[in-house]
Design a protein around this ligand. Structure first.
Ligand code: HEC
Ligand code: HEC
Ligand code: HEC
Ligand code: HEC
Ligand code: HEC
Length: 385
């Protein structure tokens, strides 16, 4: 134990006055959360670990100007790069420890005090207090600040501890229960032409009590820390299209039935945002029928966003309009009629899946990693007619 605390003291003096505590420090007491986080896109959001982000950055006009503006969302933990950006000095990512291993670190996220809404893109307001982390108490906001306390009783034979020996916890920040803290980075982004090149178009439904946190960080098995035991903890792999998409499948419902125009498929979206919001994605509805030992594959239905300029497809930085977009909106129920008449006894398999990068765009961008251009399943259901 002594060794461990002195390790923290040494590392603490290494991380300087403005920087965030390194995520490796959290690993000792929050090993499960650290492990999940290590698989998440928040750990891989820099150009060094995300080949898709890198490919776009390499083509981006800001690169020639040495202005890596992406940093405010993709690598906010790299405070020296952010400082250079603010001071209009050359600001390009370098393969340092933060860029490589924790571009969006544990402490960075847990120090978001509030968000500011702006037209171009929102921003995060970080608390100035070091080792002072916001959290929710069992998913709820409560007016409480928990400082470490160790009380000994029975003449020092037992110790009752409360709180964390490393940091203070503040449970009064509502953004950690309703999901608002995600919106400094995740709401929208406009380019120089004021076009919203990526927008989640968030719409809440009165009935649904889910939010960004309950869907993307559901409670999973295992204790949140080794010091205090809990049965479950908030999943820190941040379920998404890259990581653990299966955790999201229950927020989309698929139905198939016979309609007047043939086969009628319904996709019901329970998410508060439109699906496949990023313009690089290509989603597909695939339908396959098993009939008397034979397999019939129907033409897939595509969902996508095409950005354009002067009526032609364009890159996000030069686009001035959305040429075409048919992705499914927040809480939308989309009905798709297919000219195919199902017969009694048919087994109809319906799959909603996606490509991380539309294979056509991947070619143009020089992205070669096969898994990024391979079809992946998000939800799949079978129906017997
Ligand atoms: C020396 C061990 C230790 C280290 C190191 C540590 N924590 Fe903790 N942390 C704890 C303990 C213990 C708790 C639970 C306190 C309680 O509920 O009584 C906790 C609780 C938390 C909570 C609140 C959980 C909740 O909902 O109650 C957050 C957030 C948190 N830690 C973040 C971090 C981050 C970020 C780091 C690294 C920068 C870190 N911790 C490093 C021991 C540690
Ligand atoms: C306002 C915050 C913000 C800024 C600024 C920002 N991004 Fe992003 N970016 C995001 C978020 C959030 C995602 C994840 C969205 C998603 O998966 O739908 C993302 C995802 C991406 C992706 C998809 C990555 C993948 O693996 O699928 C690319 C590519 C990308 N950004 C490029 C850039 C580039 C290049 C810049 C700078 C010129 C930039 N972004 C600036 C917030 C931002
Ligand atoms: C992108 C933002 C983000 C990042 C990065 C992040 N967290 Fe969290 N963390 C949250 C949110 C949101 C919650 C859920 C609300 C809550 O319990 O505070 C949470 C919950 C927690 C909890 C309480 C879990 C529970 O079930 O009670 C701990 C402990 C914690 N985080 C530690 C960490 C550690 C350690 C890391 C890095 C390995 C980390 N967080 C990275 C946003 C983040
Ligand atoms: C500091 C900015 C920032 C904050 C705060 C943030 N994110 Fe992210 N998030 C990103 C960026 C950037 C990406 C894209 C990384 C990439 O693909 O390169 C991303 C990616 C994701 C993804 C996609 C993962 C995948 O596998 O495709 C999910 C899901 C996600 N974030 C959920 C959340 C949730 C939920 C919160 C709030 C608890 C949150 N994020 C807070 C910046 C942020
Ligand atoms: C009812 C559950 C639900 C809620 C609530 C929800 N999401 Fe999602 N989210 C999903 C599903 C399902 C997907 C997968 C389809 C897709 O990529 O759009 C997804 C995908 C994402 C992605 C990845 C998109 C991509 O293209 O890589 C991000 C980022 C994300 N959500 C962030 C958020 C944020 C931020 C919030 C809060 C405003 C939120 N989500 C609320 C279910 C939900």
């Amino acid at each position: 134990m002594f060794y461990f605390f002195s390790l923290i003291l040494i590392s603490a003096s290494l991380f300087g006055s403005s920087a965030f505590a390194p995520s490796k420090l959290c690993k000792k007491c929050h090993p499960l959360i650290y492990k999940e986080y290590s698989q998440s896109m928040h750990k891989k959001s820099s150009i060094y670990n995300d080949p898709v982000h890198k490919a776009i950055w390499l083509k981006h006009p800001l690169r020639k100007k040495s202005e890596y503006e992406c940093a405010v969302c993709h690598t906010p933990s790299d405070t020296s790069l952010i400082k250079a950006l603010k001071e209009k000095k050359p600001a390009l990512p370098k393969p340092n420890e933060i860029q490589m291993n924790e571009p969006i670190g544990c402490a960075t996220c847990h120090r978001i005090e509030s968000i500011e809404r702006h037209t171009k893109q929102n921003s995060n307001v970080y608390s100035q207090k070091r080792k002072y982390y916001y959290a929710a108490k069992n998913g709820k906001r409560v007016d409480k600040v928990l400082k470490f306390q160790s009380k000994s009783s029975f003449f020092g034979l037992t110790h009752d501890i409360e709180g964390s020996p490393f940091h203070t916890i503040d449970y009064s920040n509502g953004g950690f229960s309703d999901g608002k803290i995600c919106l400094g980075c995740h709401d929208h982004k406009r380019n120089e032409k004021k076009l919203a090149i990526c927008s989640m178009d968030i719409k809440k439904s009165g009935k649904d009590r889910n939010n960004c946190i309950t869907c993307h960080m559901p409670q999973v098995q295992g204790s949140f820390t080794t010091i205090v035991k809990s049965r479950t903890h908030a999943y820190h792999g941040f379920a998404g299209l890259h990581t653990n998409p299966g955790l999201l499948s229950k927020s989309i419902d698929l139905k198939a039935k016979s309609g007047d125009k043939g086969l009628s498929i319904t996709i019901a979206n329970r998410a508060d945002h439109k699906l496949f919001a990023h313009p690089l994605r290509l989603a597909q509805l695939r339908v396959q029928i098993d009939r008397n030992g034979e397999t019939i594959k129907l033409e897939p239905v595509n969902f996508f966003t095409i950005l354009g300029k002067g009526g032609k497809p364009a890159m996000p930085w030069s686009a001035d309009s959305i040429l075409k977009q048919n992705v499914i909106k927040a809480h939308e129920k989309r009905r798709i009629d297919i000219a195919f008449t199902p017969r009694k006894g048919d087994e109809v398999h319906v799959t909603l899946g996606y490509y991380i990068v539309n294979p056509k765009a991947a070619k143009k961008l020089g992205i070669t990693r096969k898994d990024l251009m391979t079809f992946r399943t998000l939800v799949s259901r079978s129906f017997l007619f």
